[in-house]
Ligand binder design. Structure first.
Ligand SMILES: C[S@@+](CC[C@H](N)C(=O)[O-])C[C@H]1O[C@@H](n2cnc3c(N)ncnc32)[C@H](O)[C@@H]1O
Length: 227
């Protein structure tokens, strides 16, 4: 295993609170919430016209593979490939039909997994804030996507400390030291980019940004960008 992959895996384990089993369980528990009606409305609005029935979708940071599984079942002619590198997510990958796959790779510097101009749609749902930098991923995604193909990016965005802290803990003065330290560490890790930062990086890597749609009262953003 490469030193860089090991470094990413150990960073992720720390970011996920040091308990991989719990992180995998949380990914499972939050799946329906993260893929609610408004997610699917956005998804279909921005992919329907450019995603053929026999196209290829790539899920970046696939967790335990639930989105891959849903897409593969819902669209039997479509190929859906998830990319993931955390061992505790990979160990719990859900059962996939033959048109759904999970590939192991480090998205901080993705390998040449797909041919140039071969992918119709990529999705990064709550992934970008976990990367050390997203430029190499955006460059690679732009290379993989067909001209006119779409990247759907969904993530938390920068917000004031007040809304971050009080959303989870209405009274922070009641917290213990370890809870406070975890909250302040996550404040740094979950609040990395503004919508404008994400838009800038995507344009810098050759994408046209179609829409920035805030949700969760401005604490998160949905972006559709065209290659
Ligand atoms: C917050 S979870 C979201 C999972 C899923 N996309 C969802 O919406 O439920 C982010 C996932 O990205 C994976 N991830 C983070 N950094 C990665 C990297 N450098 N390479 C591959 N996967 C990564 C994590 O292990 C985790 O499973």
């Amino acid at each position: 295993m490469s030193m860089q992959l090991e470094h990413t895996q150990s960073y992720l384990l720390t970011h996920h609170g040091g308990d991989g089993q719990l992180a995998a369980q949380r990914t499972q528990d939050s799946h329906t919430r993260n893929h609610d009606e408004s997610f699917w409305r956005f998804w279909y609005q921005w992919t329907e016209k450019i995603l053929p029935a026999d196209g290829h979708v790539v899920d970046l940071g696939a967790g335990i593979g639930l989105f891959v599984q849903t897409m593969a079942h819902r669209f039997p002619d479509l190929t859906t490939t998830g990319i993931e590198c955390a061992p505790y997510m990979l160990e719990r990958t859900v059962e996939l039909p033959s048109n759904g796959h999970i590939v192991v790779d480090d998205l901080n510097a993705p390998s040449n997994l797909f041919q140039h101009d071969s992918i119709d749609t990529c999705i990064a749902n709550m992934l970008i804030h976990e990367l050390h930098q997203p430029i190499l991923l955006f460059k690679q995604v732009k290379h993989w996507l067909k001209p006119g193909g779409r990247l759907i990016l969904i993530d938390m965005v920068r917000q004031p400390l007040e809304s971050y802290l009080t959303h989870k803990h209405p009274d922070a003065t009641q917290l213990e030291r370890d809870q406070l330290e975890e909250s302040f560490q996550h404040f740094l890790e979950h609040n990395r980019y503004t919508p404008e930062d994400l838009s800038f990086m995507l344009q810098h890597c050759g994408f046209e940004v179609e829409i920035l749609e805030p949700f969760k009262k401005g604490r998160a953003i949905r972006i559709a960008a065209t290659a």
